[in-house]
Design a protein. Structure first.
Length: 311
């Protein structure tokens, strides 16, 4: 018994399985025992199963609606290609028209032309070159520049994401994993490169940043009604950085892009996953069983009524 208890305590899977079986035996078994003593063994079993199937249907529906409980694969980005230097040769046709960073407005020139805007970014460290923010960071601070520079007409339908956009953080994390030593080994660490900008194409229509409550309600209803999921792409562009000396006891200096390094573009596609699929199968399966068990109880009641009427 000591060895058995030790094995159960050591293996989480065995302990969890036994916990579920004991719970079923105590909860469902106790209810069946009460019903069987009042209605009989067969009818008590049928009522117990109907109640169990109904409870599982309700619980599965709650899992299905909120995406909790029994879950499938969560949505994630799937890397299609890591392109170095020339997007016109990318395997994804939609990514080929995307301009290179040097073909877009220069962030350094934008800050030079607007000293007030430049003051909103961290100053350079003593003895270090000034860090140049990305276009996404500039557009987050000054969104009106997007229209002034007419940036959207230069992106061939792609959308340049600001730094606080949730899509950007998710896509950037996937790109970091794809560029690391455990994948393509393009860079050894994340400090060896700097993320220039992140672009998005496709997917469901997004809500405008200045949308009011009516717009949000309409967008939510339209999103629910739209059953299709247009393919969603993202491109994360990074560039190598120059080596900088880190002064002991001080924070590392901000990364500075190596202008001679090629631009690396991580092209990815959104995998919607099947987060709610297991919960949906639980709901539908137990819903059918619940309907069949209720139908059996109904047919039994009708048959009993006929026998009582016949005397």
């Amino acid at each position: 018994m000591t060895l058995v208890n030790a094995a159960i305590s050591w293996a989480p899977e065995i302990r969890n399985i036994l916990s579920v079986l004991v719970g079923l035996g105590v909860l469902v078994g106790s209810m069946y025992l009460i019903l069987a003593t009042n209605t009989g063994a067969r009818l008590g079993l049928l009522i117990t199963l109907a109640a169990l199937f109904g409870w599982m249907t309700i619980m599965g529906a709650a899992w299905w609606v909120y995406g909790i409980g029994m879950q499938g694969e969560a949505p994630s980005w799937e890397v299609i290609e890591v392109n170095t230097g020339d997007l016109t040769q990318a395997s994804l046709a939609e990514a080929r028209p995307l301009p290179e960073p040097f073909e877009l407005p220069d962030p350094a020139q934008i800050l030079a032309d607007d000293p007030d805007l430049a003051e909103q970014f961290p100053p350079p460290a003593p003895g270090q070159p000034p860090p140049i923010p990305s276009l996404g960071a500039i557009f987050e601070v000054a969104p009106e520049l997007r229209d002034e520079l007419d940036i959207d007409s230069q992106l061939a339908g792609w959308d340049l994401l600001i730094t606080s956009d949730p899509q950007r953080g998710d896509a950037q994390a996937t790109a970091d994993a794809a560029l690391g030593p455990d994948a393509t080994a393009t860079f050894e660490t994340t400090s060896d490169y700097k993320v220039l900008d992140v672009y998005s194409l496709g997917g469901k229509p997004r809500l405008d940043e200045d949308a009011n409550r009516i717009d949000r309600i309409g967008h939510k209803l339209a999103s629910i009604w739209n059953w299709s999921h247009p393919t969603h792409y993202a491109v994360v562009q990074v560039q190598g950085t120059v080596d900088q000396e880190v002064v002991p006891g001080e924070a590392p200096p901000p990364p500075v892009v190596d202008e001679d390094a090629p631009v690396v573009s991580v092209i990815m596609r959104r995998d919607l996953g099947d987060l709610r699929f297991p919960a949906a199968m639980v709901t539908l399966s137990f819903g059918i069983l619940f309907a069949l068990s209720c139908n059996a109880l109904h047919r039994r009641d009708k048959l009993l009524a006929q026998h009582l009427a016949a005397g």
